[in-house]
Each structure stands twice: as C-alpha cells, then as structure tokens.
Write a protein that binds this ligand. Structure first.
Ligand code: PA5
Length: 459
C-alpha cells in the first residue's frame, strides 16, 4: 500500500516559519465534507468516469484474448497517439518493463514484442521509427478518443501508406484502433474497412484513460499484468472513500497542494521520483495536473485563471540540475518525492585497494542505498531551508503499486478540481490552437486571420 508522508508540508515539519500551519489541517478537514459530497454527487452523475475503470472484467478478458492472439503474431507494437492517448502507455512501459526494452533480444523481452510510441509529428522521429520497424511484423495501435486529432490522424495516414506499400490489401490486418464507441473518423474507417477496434468509455477523458483500453491494450501486449494494475487502482479508490481527510491520502494530497498554492503562493508543483523507472510517470502526471487544473473560468463561469504549474524531475539526476533552484529560489514550490522501498534489485559498490581516501565511504553500500540516502538528504535539506515537500512511499514497483499510484493521482486531480472550483475534465484552452492549426492547414470552415499567427517582432 502507498503511504503519503506530509509532515514537511507543515510549518512544524520545516523551519517553523514557512509551510502550512498545522491548525490549517483542521480547517481543511472541516471543509473536506463539502468537497467529498461534491465528488460523490458528480460521480453519481457520471462525471468522474475513471473511478469505474476498476470494474472492467469483460474488457480485460477481451484485451487479454486479443493480446494473446494478435499480439503473439507480431514482434513490434507501434502506438500512434498524443497527450492522454500516449503518455500513460509510456509511463507503464518505463515502469513495468526492463529499461531499454526495445534493445533487448527476444529472450530478454520474454518473447513479448517491442513497443514504440509515436506522439509527435516530427518527420525525423516518424521516419526513423518506420525505418527501424519491419512492417510485416508490426501491429499498429492507433489511439484517439475523438478519432480526429490532427497529429494522430496524420501519423495514421503516413503509417497506413507505409503498411500498404509493404503489405498491399492485407495492411488493415496490422491495425487496431482504440477510439470512441460510436463517434469520430477513426470509428468510421474501422466500420468501413473491418479494422479491429477497442472502445474508450465515453465518460473517461484522455488524460484519465491509461487504465482503460487506451493503456491496457499496449500494456497487455508487452506482458504487463493488467489485472494487477486494476487491483492496485481499486486500493486507491477504497482509501478515497474515507470521509476523514487525514485517512484519505489522495484527498489530503489535493487539499494540501491547493492550500500551498492559494494560501502560500506555492504554485509550482514538482514531482520528483527517485528512480529512472518513474521518469515517464512524472511526464504523465505533468499533463494530468496541468490540463486538468489550469483553467480560465470556474464552475460558475467567473474568470479565475487558476492552476498550479507541474514540473517533472528525477532523483538523484536532477539534484545536479534543478535542486539548487528548489533550495534557494523563490518560495513558490511544493515538491512531491516518490521513494520506492524495494527497487527489486540492487548493486553493491565494490571495494578497491587503490581507492583514494575521499572515496572510501562508497564501498560497502549499494547503488540503491545511495539513491535512498540522496532522497532522504535532499528532503531533509529542503525542510531545513523551509521548502515544502511530501513523499509518496511506494512499497515496490510492481503493476499493482503502479496502478494504485496512477489512481491516486487521478483521484487527487478530481479532488483538486473541487478545491479550485473548476472543471478538471475539460480543456477549452487547447481549442484555439487547434482551430488556428486547421486554418493554417487549409481545413474548410477554419479561416486564417482569426488571430495573428506570426511571431511578432524578430531580430
Ligand atoms: O487529456 C486529453 O483529453 C487530451 O490530452 C487528449 O488525450 C489528446 O488531445 C488526444 O486526444 P484524442 O485521444 O482524442 O486523440
């Protein structure tokens, strides 16, 4: 079970001057009754659809059958998607499969396929990927809830032509679409051409969809235990049923971060796992927190322009990059460390007879021990300087724990939406950029000149 250590968000856990007053916990706790009631009401109305993803027995069976059949016939899975249709899959692969998965031989990958996620439409990345992958051995999973996102659809057209060049009419057998059950261009193509499909539940938004077929199919294809992911996610939901704020970790996390932002100006929220295996998880969190909480208007339509700025970092690497700023820069940050109790493996630092005395302290320890010491030291040093932080302690990095961590952050985001008074499930701010892209690409009905798209002054 995940534990949340939050003492260093509070004044008495820091330098006595900075941080939230302990008495503030009681007032947050009192106000939480309203927050919990609103979340329950909105859940009942179908708004918080991601909670229901732990009950997908039929979908899980379908995905496993699919992965065991089609998956085994291919040695590379190519995912096309962007934003919420890509970041979760990357986080799962990074956390739950061996590092440099695609470089391992068949045995190293336990005979599961390689997995490449194409998010961007940078031609260099796309061409390099297609140059590396054998079209006869690839399964292409096109993921788009709307079925019409420009980047994903452009990738699809390029990849489809590439498949057809190699496979002719058999190309469609190498495709599977994950999209809305009824709407969108992708659904239309699938129906017309008999492409295999999986559905994204309509009540689950892109950035909350990693535990839907969006993330579960690619995960199952590379041998990740998707049932364990969902079992872990259920643990997070069970704990979020608590009405006492101090017994509800996701709710407490949201409340403390909202208070740190709105009462103390700590509007930069850093997620800093002490393991490379959660580097992509931090990227996933960044989108979840940013796109959900950064909003112009509140639920009543008033202009509020709120939202914390999420930042991803990785320990110990970023101790030599960003921590100087965290330690001595403005008091505008709250840092969340993620510490893993059991990394699953460790490496002793070996002795050497010829070691200079300055390095003699290292042998006898392990790399994992050093990583742990660095986390503890950084967290303590920040606290001495009055810098707020909390730590999510993960017992291990198995599928169940990761599922719990994913659901923890999704639930926390849902609670934070209520504290900020905004809708965490829409993204109207992305629309204008989309419209101007359509105009620039000559899509009928979208006029250039709707706004200035030039750079402005340039030297
Ligand atoms: O969270 C979101 O809703 C977005 O980030 C979407 O996932 C992203 O824009 C891709 O959308 P779609 O899956 O419709 O292609």
């Amino acid at each position: 079970m995940i534990r949340l250590a939050y003492g260093r968000m509070l004044q008495d856990g820091l330098d006595g001057e900075h941080g939230l007053p302990r008495a503030g916990l009681a007032s947050l706790g009192a106000r939480f009754a309203e927050v919990q009631a609103e979340v329950r009401r909105r859940r009942g109305a179908g708004e918080y659809g991601f909670y229901r993803l732990v009950d997908q027995t039929v979908t899980v069976r379908e995905i496993k059958t699919f992965a065991e059949g089609l998956g085994q016939a291919h040695d590379h899975v190519l995912v096309l998607g962007i934003g919420g249709s890509a970041l979760g899959t990357k986080a799962l692969l990074n956390a739950l499969r061996r590092p440099a998965w695609n470089e391992l031989d068949d045995e190293g990958r336990e005979f599961f396929p390689r997995l490449t996620v194409l998010e961007n439409v940078d031609p260099t990345t796309v061409n390099a990927a297609l140059g590396r992958i054998d079209p006869r051995r690839v399964l292409v999973n096109v993921i788009s809830k709307s079925g019409g996102t420009a980047e994903t659809m452009a990738q699809y057209l390029v990849v489809r032509a590439w498949l057809e060049e190699a496979l002719g009419a058999a190309a469609y057998r190498h495709l599977v679409f994950t999209t809305d059950a009824e709407r969108g261009a992708l659904r239309e193509i699938a129906a017309r051409e008999g492409v295999a499909t999986l559905s994204v539940p309509s009540e689950v938004g892109g950035r909350f969809s990693v535990l839907s077929p969006v993330g579960l199919l690619p995960a199952a294809l590379v041998g990740i235990d998707i049932e364990a992911l969902l079992a872990g996610a259920r643990r997070a939901i069970d704990r979020a049923e608590a009405d006492d704020l101090l017994k509800n970790p996701a709710a407490l996390y949201a409340a403390l971060h909202w208070a740190a932002d709105t009462e103390l100006g700590a509007r930069v929220h850093v997620l800093m796992p002490y393991t490379d295996r959660l580097r992509e998880f931090a990227e996933w969190y960044r989108q979840l927190w940013a796109e959900s909480l950064g909003k112009q208007v509140d639920r009543e339509g008033r202009t509020v322009n709120v939202g914390p700025t999420p930042v991803g970092a990785v320990g110990a690497t970023d101790q030599h990059s960003q921590v100087q700023l965290f330690m001595e820069g403005p008091f505008d940050k709250a840092i969340t460390f993620v510490a893993v109790d059991d990394l699953g493996e460790d490496t002793p630092i070996p002795e050497r007879a010829d070691l200079p005395p300055d390095l003699a302290y290292l042998p006898g320890h392990t790399l994992g021990g050093l990583l742990r010491a660095e986390y503890q030291a950084t967290s303590a040093a920040l606290a001495q300087r009055g810098r707020m932080s909390c730590t999510l302690h993960l017992p291990d990095l198995g599928a169940a724990t990761l599922g719990e961590a994913i659901m923890f952050f999704q639930i926390a985001t849902g609670y934070a939406g209520v504290w900020y008074g905004i809708d965490p499930f829409d993204q109207p701010g992305v629309e204008l950029g989309k419209r101007l892209t359509y105009a620039a690409m000559g899509r009928p009905g979208f006029e250039v000149g709707e706004a200035r798209t030039g750079d402005g002054d340039v030297i």
